[in-house]
Design a protein around this ligand. Structure first.
Ligand code: SF4
Length: 276
């Protein structure tokens, strides 16, 4: 009896140790970790963050190459679990020979597969591109619909892809949550959420209207190049002094880039008709 009690006690202790030990995982789409209940920032603080992003990069752009709505849609479908650079390399020639659903369909699945074989999951993606072309021609006269519901019905198109197309091509203030944005929103605590959809909804509530159009680009680019998964580059961060992340690197002084960008915001605010 005493033995079994000891074993149980040891078991519980082990469970406790296992729960608290081990490397700290970086939040990702697959591993959101524990999330906050609400944003760490007031309205004014959130606005200040987006003012910095705007001052630093007034017209942010996505990094996928495209020539029209159709090629943008195909590029985004191909970019799932692949880098934008890799997708651009593969689509450069593909889009030269097929920039409409009709031309893509005429190429056929085998040729599309050959053109995109350097991209991960290319077999499945080639299949989806052909099915997507068939559906675009049959249901939308070959045009890309400006409508989330219709976009999400296309093969290989999920909410994120629909949001990217609606934002970049049609100018809707949608927010496409990729792995970088998801990590950033949770890490700095601006729009905490357990799933990409939670984060998207949380951002919709906190992003000031005037920054809605570019918000997802700023956040994606910031997560991809500055607030990186393994080690955020806080010394290169334009929002360093505004950031409330526990991961923020301690420093004696505010980085030059944050000071310079803050000064640009201040100038824009004091000048007539400047800034958004
Ligand atoms: S200060 Fe560091 S942790 Fe905060 S947003 Fe910038 S890079 Fe990320």
């Amino acid at each position: 009896m005493a033995d079994s009690k000891t074993k149980t006690a040891r078991g519980s202790a082990l469970k406790r140790v296992n729960k608290t030990s081990g490397p700290k995982k970086t939040p990702s789409v697959d591993n959101p970790g524990r999330v906050l209940k609400r944003s760490r920032y007031t309205k004014a603080e959130t606005r200040a963050i987006f003012q910095r992003f705007h001052a630093d990069n007034p017209e942010p752009e996505g990094e996928l190459d495209y020539v029209n709505a159709f090629t943008l849609l195909v590029a985004v479908v191909l970019s799932a679990q692949a880098t934008d650079v890799g997708v651009n390399r593969a689509t450069r020639h593909l889009f030269e020979i097929a920039d409409t659903p009709e031309k893509m369909l005429a190429l056929g699945e085998e040729r599309v597969r050959e053109e995109i074989k350097t991209i991960g999951l290319y077999r499945n993606k080639a299949k989806n591109v052909i099915l997507l072309c068939q559906q675009l021609i049959k249901e939308h006269g070959g045009a890309v619909p400006e409508n989330r519901e219709a976009l999400e019905k296309l093969p290989g198109v999920g909410r994120k892809t629909a949001n990217v197309v609606l934002n970049i091509y049609f100018g809707h203030p949608t927010i496409a949550v990729d792995t970088h944005l998801f990590r950033l929103a949770n890490r700095i605590g601006m729009a905490p959420g357990k799933t990409p959809l939670d984060v998207e909804k949380a951002l919709e509530k906190v992003v000031p209207q005037e920054f809605g159009q570019h918000a997802h680009h700023w956040l994606i680019l910031h997560g991809r190049y500055i607030c990186k998964a393994r080690k955020p580059e806080c010394r290169r961060c334009v929002i360093y002094d505004l950031c409330k992340s526990p991961d923020r690197e301690a420093a004696d002084t505010i980085p030059e880039i944050a000071l310079r960008t803050a000064a640009r915001v201040a100038r824009a605010e004091s000048g007539p008709g400047n800034g958004p």
